[in-house]
Design a protein around this ligand. Sequence first.
Ligand code: SAH
Length: 358
Amino acid sequence: MRRDEISAWLRETDRSRLEQLWRQADEVRRQNVGDEVHLRGLIEISNHCVRECHYCGLRGPNRRLPRYRMTAAEILACAHQARALGCGTVVLQSGEDPGLTAEWIADLVRNICVATGLAVTLSLGERDFAELAAWREAGASRYLLKFETSNRALLNRIHPPRDPQRPDRFAILRHLRGLGYEIGSGIMVGIPGQSWEDLTDDLLCIQALELDMVAVGPFIPHPQTPLGAAGSASDHPDQVPNDPVTTCKVLALARLLAPLANIPSTTALATIGGTSARELGLRCGANVLMPSLTPARYRSSYEIYPDRASFGTSGGLSRAELENRIQSLGRRPGVGRGDSPNYHRRPRGQTCHDVAAG
Ligand code: SAH
């Protein structure tokens, strides 16, 4: 798809034209990744964070947030629950937490693989190459690291680098691919200061990275962060809104540009669009759901943004209910690990393009 076509779709407001976009994305999804909806059990293992991202409630300087780190036994229990719920994968996510040592995570990954046979996806932020290698060795299959926005100036403003000498997220993604991980990345939609042209670049970047997994969610302001503080909203005429329809446009276009990727319908979309938004996401390109298995006593403290939609065991979600919701869309729950066909298509060890250079 040409840049001007992407840009025109992003600015489209006509409902019937947009229905056409949803249908097109749905068809491309069906042809490339089929009717299975893969279930990933999300376990939010720690909310400690050394970073100061201007969008995220886990940021170190947010002193109001009670901090927790789950024990290995608690995490293993959640992984068993994930399997009982029908998930083929567990996703271990956290703030950037040096308290999660390389050895501890490696042991945990090994134990989960042996005890449950589930695929393990990690989303632990920007970690050292040696750590990423050790975790791959221990059995982790996939890594999620969103680049958030391809606008470098905007990114540096809202995601201050820990040390400018360290590899950035694009370099880490390339390295992860070289280690044999399936790689996932993506963006937030409607970040204050993000323009339509930025969003067009973001989508071209998603395409060029040849991602195995693409995650797209709306930016949701958090009052205890610089971007969520009163008066920080941008009223620039070119500002992208953080609404459900814009998020769905990006989701649908991501499917057209990365046809073989696994793409979740995110909790952030359901948070701003209501429970039916999860189904809407699945109708306009998504093929993955990520119920949370995080125990209720921790889940409210994993507050990357406020009032997260409840979707998971702490909200009483059962396997039958999950299957019903999937089947009501004419789809079926995924069986097995649900690897990305994009990963299997690519020769092992091939690295992705240096899209971010310059
Ligand atoms: N620390 C890890 C993973 C946890 S954050 C990392 O940074 O990769 C996971 C994702 O939550 C981020 O990539 C970001 O896209 C999203 N997120 C954080 N704050 C958000 C907010 N206020 N609104 C919407 N999404 C947010």
